[in-house]
Design a protein around this ligand. Structure first.
Ligand code: HEM
Length: 401
C-alpha cells in the first residue's frame, strides 16, 4: 500500500504510526517494513544485509531475470553498477573513488559558489509571487551538480528536465507509461554521458568526472561505471536537495514564529535544516535484503527477507525524539535522523546537501523575511522522493541587498 497508493504517498505519516507496534519489524505478505529507529540503524549498518540491487521487494528469481535483461543504456540510478546497488567489496572500491570528490576541502571550496548562485537567482526574481521550486530550489542544486560533473551552463535546463523525468525510476509501483517516459529520458542521458565522458577524457577539467576519468591502472573506471557515477550524482544530488529546500519553506510558512526566530538568529539555520530532514525527509525509504539468517533488535530475520526501511517513520520514533509529530527548529537532537541513511551507503553528498540547504534558506529569508505561501503547494507524485513540485510564494517587501 505504501508503495502504490498516491494518497498515502502524499501523507505517509499516519500509516507509519499504524506500523509502530510491539514488533520492530512488521512482516507483510510481500514485503516487511520497519519504522523503528534501533532496528533501522542495525539493518543499515549490518553486514548481514545487502541492497539486493534495488529490487529487494522482488522474489530472487525475478531479480535474476531483471538483471539478465537489463540494458546498459537504460539503467537507472538504482541499477548496478550504481553505488546504491552494489554491496561490498565492489561497493567499497567504487565508493573510495567517488568519495575523493566529496572531501571536506572540496565542499568548503564550493561554499562561495553556492552563495553566489543563490544571490544571483534571487537578483533575477523581481519579488511579488513566484514558484519557489522552479525559480530557486531546483536551480541551485542543478548549478552545483553541473559544476561537479563539468556540464556547461547552457545545458543546465535540459539536465534538470531529464533529471525530473528519470528520478521517477527511484520509485516502486510505476505505471507503464511513467516507466516508458523515464526509460526514454535515461537512454538519452546515457548517450549524452557517453559523449560527455569522451569529451572530458580528451579535455579534462577540474570537475569530479574529469578526475575520475583520468584514473588509470588497476583502479581505472570503464565508461559504463563513469556513466553510472554521473547518473547517480545527478539523480541523488538534485532531486533530493530541491525537496529539502521546498519542504523547509512549506513547514516554515506553517510556523511563522519559527521563521521569525531564524530570521532574527540566523546561526540557528543548521539546526533548522536538520529538523526539516527529520520531520519531512526528502527520501522516505530505502530497501535491504537479508543475506543470511540474522537477528535485528531481538527479532529473528530469515535469509532473503526484503525490508523497507521507512526513514520518514524512523525519524518520528518516540523512543528517540520527544513529541516527534511536532515541527520544532529548536529541538535538541534533530540530527539523530536517518534521512541520509547509515552504514556503508551513508549519503556521500550529505555535507554538500547541508551546505546547499543552509545557504539557500539563509540567503532567501535574509532577502524576504516575511515569505509566505501564495497558494496551497502541489506535491510530487513520487513515493520514495518526498517533496513539492510547485510552491508558489508571496515575498512581501524585500530587504535591500
Ligand atoms: C537532502 C539531500 C539528500 C538526501 C536526503 C539524500 C539521501 C540519501 C540516502 C538516504 C542515501 C542512501 C540510500 C540507501 O542507504 O539505500 C544516499 C546515498 C547517496 N547520496 Fe544522497 N542525499 C541527498 C543529497 C545528495 C547530494 C547533494 C549528493 C551528491 C552531490 C548525494 C549523493 C549520494 C550518493 C553518491 C549516494 C550513494 C552512496 C553509496 O551508496 O555508497 N546525495 N543519499
Amino acid at each position: 500500500m505504501l508503495a502504490i497508493d498516491p494518497k498515502i504517498a502524499a501523507d505517509p505519516f499516519p500509516t507509519y504510526e499504524l506500523l509502530r507496534g510491539a514488533d520492530p519489524i512488521v512482516r507483510g505478505p510481500v514485503v516487511s517494513s520497519t519504522v523503528d529507529h534501533q532496528a533501522a540503524n542495525e539493518i543499515l549498518r549490518s553486514d548481514d544485509f545487502g541492497t539486493a540491487a534495488g529490487h529487494a521487494e522482488l522474489p530472487p528469481f525475478l531479480r535474476r531475470v531483471l538483471e539478465r535483461v537489463a540494458d546498459p543504456y537504460s539503467l537507472s540510478p538504482v541499477d548496478k553498477p550504481s553505488l546504491l546497488a552494489l554491496d561490498p567489496p565492489d561497493h567499497t572500491r567504487h565508493r573510495k573513488l567517488v568519495a575523493r570528490a566529496f572531501t571536506a576541502r572540496r565542499i568548503t571550496a564550493l561554499e562561495d559558489r553556492v552563495t553566489s548562485v543563490a544571490e544571483k537567482l534571487l537578483d533575477e526574481l523581481d519579488g511579488g509571487s513566484f514558484d519557489l521550486v522552479e525559480r530557486y530550489a531546483a536551480r541551485l542544486p542543478v548549478a552545483v551538480i553541473a559544476d561537479l560533473l563539468g556540464v556547461p551552463e547552457e545545458q543546465h535546463d535540459w539536465l534538470l528536465d531529464w533529471g525530473n523525468r528519470a528520478a521517477i525510476t527511484l520509485d516502486p509501483g510505476l505505471t507503464f507509461r511513467e516507466f516508458r517516459d523515464a526509460e526514454t529520458a535515461l537512454r538519452r542521458m546515457h548517450h549524452w554521458f557517453d559523449e560527455h565522458v569522451a569529451q572530458l577524457r580528451r579535455n579534462p577539467g577540474d570537475d569530479l568526472l574529469s578526475q575520475l576519468a583520468l584514473i588509470d591502472g588497476e583502479d581505472a573506471l570503464t565508461d559504463l561505471e563513469l556513466r553510472a557515477i554521473g547518473l547517480l550524482v545527478l539523480g541523488a544530488g538534485f532531486e533530493t536537495t530541491v525537496n529539502l529546500i521546498g519542504n523547509a519553506v512549506v513547514n516554515l510558512a506553517a510556523h511563522p514564529e519559527q521563521r521569525d526566530l531564524l530570521v532574527a538568529e540566523p546561526e540557528r539555520w543548521p539546526n533548522a535544516v536538520e529538523e526539516v530532514l527529520r520531520y519531512d525527509s526528502p527520501v522516505q525509504l530505502t530497501v535491504r535484503s537479508a543475506l543470511r539468517d540474522t537477528v535485528v533488535a531481538g527479532t529473528p530475520v530469515p535469509e532473503g527477507l526484503g525490508i523497507l526501511v521507512l526513514l520518514g517513520g524512523v525519524n518520528r520514533d518516540p523512543k528517540v525524539f520527544t513529541d516527534p509529530q511536532a515541527f520544532d527548529v529548536t529541538r535538541a537532537n534533530p540530527d539523530q535522523h536517518l534521512s541520509f541513511s547509515a552504514g556503508v551507503h551513508f549519503c556521500l553528498g550529505a555535507s554538500l546537501a547541508r551546505l546547499e540547504a543552509v545557504t539557500a534558506l539563509r540567503t532567501l529569508y535574509a532577502r524576504y523575511p516575511d515569505l509566505e505561501l501564495a497558494e496551497a503547494p502541489v506535491r510530487r507524485g513520487t513515493r520514495v522522493l518526498h517533496g513539492y513540485e510547485q510552491v508558489r510564494v508571496m515575498t512581501g517587501s524585500p530587504v535591500p541587498a
